[in-house]
Design a protein around this ligand. Structure first.
Ligand code: PDD
Length: 284
């Protein structure tokens, strides 16, 4: 199927969409992105993704190419044109095209690209079995709170996991887990307390994370936002990850060590159900 994608004001067949070779997103990863999930043809936590997009843009002194209302309209148009019921919409803003130079160009026009990806999220097979992760050193830069398209380190991490016969990797810095390659990381201790790293420049401030922590607190789950080691994780009762593309996804094994009973734990399963139910209610 040929998708219809959006590039700088135009809706085009994906095969006709083009970006300049001088685009700084291409040359320098001078670009930020968002992935918004779609359920029942509706956007999940769109406002949260827009807030984070603006923060990423302003941290890099980059202009928004269009208004939020226009961005929402483009998301909807792509959902309609591609008959998307479940999956995600990828959005990327780059600083635009200019002759190659490390210094930011004075008057570049930002580029805006969006496309859809159809994918089952609610009935993802991995949600039933849980995923297995390895731990790897966190080799990324120091501003992981900005959602840039510099994704080579996470790609290498996922490849390492794949070679090890696993699904993903948790990244370690100074002995502590930062986050997954493309998701936030959580453990649940023997008292049922949910533990996830506190917000800082060391991790992406996940939109799913914010929602899941809110729902957890509303449902009387104790939450501790603090760093934890991989050893603490291996001895935890449960582990899981969150992201817009996986929601709450149980982790059943870390570096070959079974977590708890080695199957999706009750807290992860419950939070996944709550997250899906509440997200569907609030979807726009
Ligand atoms: N990844 N941490 C990292 C490093 C991420 O790349 C992501 C998202 C998250 C979770 O953020 P959110 O809940 O807002 O999706 C945490 C997206 C989905 C991706 O790159 O495909």
């Amino acid at each position: 199927m040929t998708r219809t994608v959006y590039v700088n004001g135009d809706y085009l067949p994906e095969t006709d969409a083009k970006i300049s070779i001088f685009d700084r997103g291409f040359l320098m990863a001078d670009a930020v992105y968002e992935v918004t999930s779609v359920l029942d043809g509706k956007l999940i936590d769109f406002a949260g993704h827009m807030t984070r997009l603006h923060r990423s843009l302003s941290e890099l002194d980059m202009d928004a190419p269009v208004t939020d209302a226009e961005l929402e309209a483009i998301h909807r148009e792509l959902i309609n044109r591609n008959d998307l019921t479940e999956g995600g919409i990828y959005l990327q803003v780059t600083r635009g095209a200019a002759d190659r130079d490390f210094v930011f160009p004075e008057n570049a026009t930002p580029s805006l690209v969006l496309f859809t990806q159809a994918k089952p999220i609610i009935d993802a097979p991995a949600a039933r079995t849980g995923i297995r992760v390895i731990s790897i050193p966190d080799i990324r830069w120091g501003r992981r709170d900005i959602k840039t398209v510099q994704l080579l380190a996470p790609s290498l991490g996922k490849m390492q996991a794949k070679k090890a016969g696993c699904d993903d990797a948790w990244q370690i810095e100074d002995g502590y887990v930062t986050e997954g390659t493309s998701n936030n990381a959580y453990i649940v201790d023997e008292h049922g307390t949910l533990i996830t790293r506190d917000l800082s420049n060391a991790i992406l401030h996940g939109i799913t994370r914010a929602a899941v922590l809110r729902y957890a607190r509303e449902h009387q789950v104790r939450v501790e936002e603090r760093s934890f080691t991989i050893e603490e994780a291996k001895n935890a009762a449960e582990a899981f990850i969150t992201s817009a593309s996986t929601f709450v996804m149980p982790v059943v094994e870390i570096d070959g060590t079974k977590i708890g009973a080695g199957e999706p734990g009750p807290t992860a399963k419950r939070l996944r159900e709550i997250y899906i139910e509440e997200s569907l209610k609030a979807a726009v």
